[in-house]
Design a protein around this ligand. Structure first.
Ligand code: B12
Ligand code: SF4
Length: 499
């Protein structure tokens, strides 16, 4: 038998979202091969479920999506157990982790194939080829081992997104009620996760999207996006949208069209974009977006330092002055800028690395002065293998190396690396990491995120007044009282779990 198990390992403790990665693979085999979906976010014992499926003898393929971080905690042991107990099952991994760390994945010995980049055509082609006992060298976007060598087949150009098959929402609904995926968030009571474009046209040197998409971007048309959203609203009651695109706002024309269409639906929406791109949008467009329900936009501000921005290769047009001016501009349109910063980038000496951290902390405080509603997300820089970029070269020069064994990724140190909390990068001393983390705690105390909907007004007031002295005076060291409160109130960090 040749049935397929599609597995989405657990990625969030709560608030499961529509598993778009695995659902797009489901779409690619819908009506061609029989498949089941197992969602680790919805199962107490996903391994038990997978084992029971395999014991039926009907299955031949196990396909798993893997992003860095918690998903590895299920992806690794489950794939390993399948290979040990059911050696005939063919295991394929796809997604950002599998694509960027393919050598380690293939060398593990228990993952047979990696699909790097889009799997929409590659996965059905792989299964078809294997079913016909043909050679896999013609399957696009495929990585595998042959005679002890890792082979990388050529990659297809990005597909026209409107031409791809529709996501099989109703099929997902047969496995897990779709309404359970439409969670309560800052945006609405039933939030839809939607992915409307693939890739990104930029080449920021620290970004995991770049090695996979090489500055390519393709989007669904506004009318198709609207059609899908309307379907999810009418069939399942969705009332808000979280766009999961790397870069939703590349085309102003598409944003205008979408805003005009969604206006009548009375839905709040959110997406990720670039400051320099949106800064070029006309005032009328920004006003239209807000009117249509766009309440907050996530931006990679990264740093206020122009020299570091240049090394990060932020397209050559983003500057510290622009980041500040844009926060002020968005305030006029009542759109909340959610700025993410990457602190702890490599520097030639320890003094310079510390100076850069101090500079960014001061810059973030200035942004807060300019537009206090700006939401700040802080990451510690974690390298991604963007081969050939100035930043990655610097990282290698300083002695950084990724784990060689797949299992090492689930050790506590590397798990934290993935969450961009403790990057194991040689140029950052514990004092630097502590400074970043302590400042983050004080900042989150003084300005609790609006996206944590469980934090009521009283709690906000208490923690804000407790953090006021530290924030104003710059005394961030060991804010244990704030940490205790955040722990007690289960403060939600949007950078780890989304809204
Ligand atoms: C949604 C999301 C989350 C959600 C998870 C939601 C869920 N499933 O429950 C949450 C908010 C929890 C999350 C968290 C994190 N995330 Co996240 N996340 C995303 C996001 C925005 C969308 C993923 C998605 O659905 N894409 C839509 C699908 C259609 O695209 P796709 O996954 O690329 O799938 C295509 C191909 O990759 C391939 N494919 C994918 N899977 C498979 C499987 C098989 C078998 C095959 C054949 C092919 C295949 O085919 C698909 C169709 O073409 C992506 C960015 C993005 N735009 O993709 C980041 C992203 C994947 N996340 C990322 C990271 C780093 C994280 C974190 C680890 C860290 C962080 N702080 O952000 C955390 C913690 C992880 C955790 N808790 O698991 C990075 C990965 C970067 C990297 N270094 O590789 C991304 C790329 C964001 C970014 N630009 O930095 N994330
Ligand atoms: S704009 Fe964003 S998604 Fe695009 S390359 Fe830069 S950081 Fe990555």
């Amino acid at each position: 038998m040749n049935h397929i198990i599609l597995f989405n390992p657990r990625s969030a403790r709560s608030k499961p979202r529509i598993p778009n990665s695995i659902l797009s693979i489901a779409a690619s085999v819908e009506g061609v091969f029989d498949y089941v979906i197992v969602d680790g976010n919805m199962e107490i014992d996903p391994w038990g479920k997978i084992r029971d499926y395999l014991l039926t003898g009907k299955f031949k393929y196990f396909a798993c999506t893997v992003m860095p971080g918690p998903q590895l905690k299920q992806a690794i042991p489950i794939s390993k157990a399948i290979k040990q107990l059911f050696p005939g099952i063919i295991i394929t991994w796809g997604g950002y982790f599998a694509s960027n760390q393919y050598k380690t994945v293939i060398d593990s010995g228990y993952v047979d194939f990696v699909i790097y980049g889009p799997g929409d055509k590659s996965f059905p082609a792989l299964v078809r080829t294997l079913e016909n006992n043909a050679g896999v060298d013609g399957v696009p976007n495929l990585i595998y081992k042959f005679s002890n060598n890792i082979c990388k087949n050529p990659k297809d150009p990005l597909y026209e997104q409107d031409a791809l098959p529709d996501l099989p929402y109703e099929k997902l609904n047969q496995f897990y009620p779709l309404t359970n995926y439409l969670g309560k968030s800052y945006l609405g009571t039933k939030t839809i996760a939607y992915h409307s474009s693939i890739g990104c046209p930029f080449t920021c040197s620290f970004c995991a999207v770049v090695p996979i998409y090489n500055a390519r971007w393709k989007a669904k048309s506004a009318s198709l996006v609207y059609r899908d959203i309307k379907f999810l609203k009418e069939q399942f009651g969705g009332n808000a949208i979280e766009f999961h695109d790397n870069n939703f706002f590349v085309s102003e024309k598409r944003t205008i069209e979408f805003s005009n269409l969604i206006m009548q639906e009375n839905m709040v929406w959110w997406g990720e974009g670039r400051i320099d791109t949106l800064n070029k949008y006309a005032d009328e467009t920004l006003a239209l977006m807000r009117k249509s329900g766009c309440k907050m936009i996530f931006f990679g501000a990264e740093t206020g330092n122009d020299a570091v921005l240049k090394i990060m290769d932020k397209g050559g047009t983003q500057s510290g002055a622009q980041i500040k001016a844009f926060a002020e501009r968005l305030a006029k349109f009542d759109i909340i800028p959610e700025y993410s910063f990457v602190l702890g980038t490599p520097a030639d000496t320890a003094e310079l690395a510390m100076e850069q951290i101090d500079f960014d902390i001061a810059f973030i405080k200035e942004i807060k002065r300019i537009n206090p509603r700006t939401e700040i997300v802080i990451y510690v820089y974690s390298p991604v293998p963007t081969e050939g970029s100035e930043m990655y070269n610097k990282v290698l020069e300083q002695g950084f190396a990724f784990p060689r064994q797949l299992e090492d990724w689930i050790t506590p140190q590397w798990e934290k690396f993935d969450l961009r909390k403790n990057p194991l990068t040689p140029w950052l001393t514990p004092a630097m990491i502590n400074k970043i983390r302590d400042f983050e705690t004080v900042l989150n105390g003084y300005f609790p995120t609006v996206s944590d909907i469980r934090l009521n007004r009283t709690k906000r007031k208490i923690i804000r007044s407790l953090a006021a002295f530290r924030y104003r005076s710059g005394f961030y060291t060991k804010p244990l009282e704030l940490k205790a409160l955040q722990l007690l109130w289960k403060y939600r960090q949007p950078e780890i779990e989304g809204f």
